[in-house]
Design a protein around this ligand. Structure first.
Ligand SMILES: Nc1nc2c(ncn2[C@@H]2O[C@H](COP(=O)(O)OP(=O)(O)OP(=O)(O)O)[C@@H](O)[C@H]2O)c(=O)[nH]1
Ligand SMILES: [Mg+2]
Length: 222
């Protein structure tokens, strides 16, 4: 019979081997499993970047800009006929293969905008959604956006020029001007993408897929 000390060392070594094998199997399962969904399967991160922590994307913008619609589209790969205004917050999780993305929308009505800046410090990326066809409220959108940017100098910014399907939608170049985005001057990572969260856009537009891939890219760098 082995002495008690040797037996202890043997069981420790066995335990470590089983734990290492378990981790390896988990990593392999996360990378290959179809149950991770199309999203997980499509966005397997480069080797060495696997990590299962949650990354938060804060999704803001005036009421009616299309935040909930874009999130629904991203999560379910389908457009929604109706969305109710978000009274508090709305959260959607996506599996990016190596990590989870938590997209947190805060309602955009005036009384809720007061709370927006309290969520900046927990976020890894700020997504700001604009209704490209809502010309009269673009100055308000611009003002709210720049208030947020003044509060936080570090967050990468992704502006979505939403509702591009509308005939009176401003182009990305026009929105760049209207939202005074030239004033950012390379202080932070910044992107402006056209999107449309409609049934018709499902068949043709690639905007929202580009948003997903950009978020994965930005969050993978953390
Ligand atoms: N034509 C068009 N309509 C859109 C688009 N995205 C959203 N909508 C519509 O715009 C309206 C408002 O969309 P929501 O997604 O609820 O807007 P929101 O930004 O979440 O608004 P709050 O939750 O009130 O802050 C809904 O009627 C949507 O169907 C789009 O890309 N094109
Ligand atoms: Mg909403």
């Amino acid at each position: 019979m082995a002495p008690p000390g040797a037996l202890g060392r043997l069981s420790l070594a066995l335990g470590a081997a089983v734990a290492a094998l378990g981790s390896l199997l988990l990593v392999a399962w996360r990378a290959c499993s179809p149950s991770a969904g199309r999203w997980g399967a499509r966005w397997d991160p480069p080797a060495g970047q696997l990590d299962f922590s949650m990354r938060q994307v804060l999704v803001l913008g005036l009421d009616g800009a299309g935040k909930s619609s874009v999130l629904h589209y991203m999560a379910s790969e389908a457009a929604k006929d109706r969305t109710a205004p978000t009274e508090g917050f709305n959260s959607v999780q996506l599996d990016a293969g190596g990590f989870q993305i938590d997209l947190l929308e805060l309602g955009g009505s005036q009384n809720l905008r007061f709370y927006w800046n309290q969520y900046l410090s927990q976020a890894h990326v700020l997504v700001f959604v604009v209704d490209s066809a809502d010309g009269p409220r673009l100055p308000t959108a611009c003002q709210e956006l720049h208030c947020l940017l003044a509060e936080d100098q570090r967050l990468p910014l992704v502006v979505l020029a939403n509702k591009q399907d509308k005939s009176d939608a401003l182009s990305v170049a026009e929105l760049h001007q209207e939202l005074a985005l030239h004033t950012l001057n390379g202080q932070r990572e910044f992107f402006l993408l056209p999107t449309s969260a409609t049934h018709a856009a499902l068949a043709t537009a690639t905007g929202i897929w580009r948003v997903k891939s950009l978020l994965v890219e930005l969050l993978s760098q953390l």
